[in-house]
Write a protein of this length. Structure first.
Length: 317
């Protein structure tokens, strides 16, 4: 028997942690019907095997950032040059996510910026690094994100968290910025460990965090699963919507799909969503359902699979 293969209890635990990754061991124990010690052991084991990582979702719109998704089609790269290109792109300030893709594009990038000058510098840097190797580039400006939990078992309820661009935003102080940077890649943080590291009283740490939660800057404590380890395909679908169409019914339909953890809407009415599939056929079937059900709204679509996530965090200043 493969000790590293997940059983139904493991999947249920992943589902519960994706809903609230700060859930206490006692509560997880009650929900799963096993001891707290067994829960702790399972979490440690799954982390060691790289099945997931703990994350804190931050509403960057609420602290003055804008978001753009950039997709690149590359040409003429030798592997050594490509690796150098990826390294240089990864170092660009403001990039929160980079992935190697298979399909219509080779590289996907999520970039956060505060001003048009920041955006211009980013595009200039991409062009400079890519030189004449970028065959095609598409940029999408995001107005909102809809985040939901992944249903690892049929018992899990679907929960949504919508993050929208706003003309009002909160200015972080130095301590708040430091705390967000510390907890963004570990939602199951220890207040006392933070206290020792930052030389702040635990009550002060808790006070800052509660304020960031009440302001909805900290939006969700959850996990990012490693879909490769879970034998799943991680895909991105881009829907081009016909001019003048109301997309709310389409968005509502996407929200109900258990395999969609992330939906983004652009200012020009395009929809970008993640789809987790067992195989290519499952993805194809779902796209066909969308095309048939919303043929009056969908003009065209592009699909690409994520082969490797290169970067998935960024600092918040």
């Amino acid at each position: 028997m493969d000790k590293n293969k997940l059983n139904c209890k493991d999947l249920k635990l992943l589902g519960l942690l994706d809903i609230n990754s700060r859930e206490s061991l006692l509560n997880l124990s009650k929900k799963m019907g096993i001891s707290s010690q067994a829960i702790s052991k399972k979490i440690k084991h799954l982390l060691e095997l790289n099945y997931f990582k703990f994350v804190t979702f931050i509403d960057l719109f609420s602290i003055g950032y804008n978001n753009a998704h950039v997709y690149l089609k590359l040409q003429g790269y030798e592997r050594v040059d490509y690796e150098k290109f990826i390294l240089e792109v990864s170092s660009i300030k403001g990039i929160s996510w980079i992935a190697e893709l298979f399909g219509d594009f080779d590289l996907g990038i999520s970039f956060f910026y505060k001003s048009q000058l920041d955006l211009a510098k980013f595009i200039e840097k991409i062009n400079s690094v890519g030189k004449n190797k970028i065959k095609e580039r598409e940029i999408f400006f995001i107005k909102d994100h809809i985040i939901s939990n992944v249903s690892f078992d049929k018992e899990s309820d679907k929960i949504f968290n919508k993050i929208e661009l706003s003309d009002k935003y909160y200015t972080l102080n130095k301590q708040e910025s430091i705390i967000l940077n510390k907890i963004k890649s570990n939602s199951r943080y220890s207040t006392y460990s933070l206290s020792e590291e930052l030389k702040l009283d635990p009550k002060t740490i808790n006070s800052y965090i509660k304020r960031l939660e009440s302001l909805k800057i900290i939006r969700w404590y959850k996990i990012i699963p490693n879909y490769v380890k879970l034998n799943k395909m991680y895909n991105i679908c881009l829907l081009d919507i016909k001019p003048g169409q109301n997309i709310q019914s389409l968005i509502s339909f996407l929200e109900q799909e258990r395999n969609i953890p992330f939906i983004s809407c652009t200012f020009d009415n395009k929809i970008i969503f993640d789809y987790i599939s067992q195989d290519y056929q499952e993805l194809k079937d779902y796209v066909n359902i969308l095309k048939n059900k919303f043929e009056d709204k969908i003009l065209s679509y592009k699909v690409f699979s994520i082969e490797k996530i290169i970067k998935n965090v960024e600092s918040y200043k």
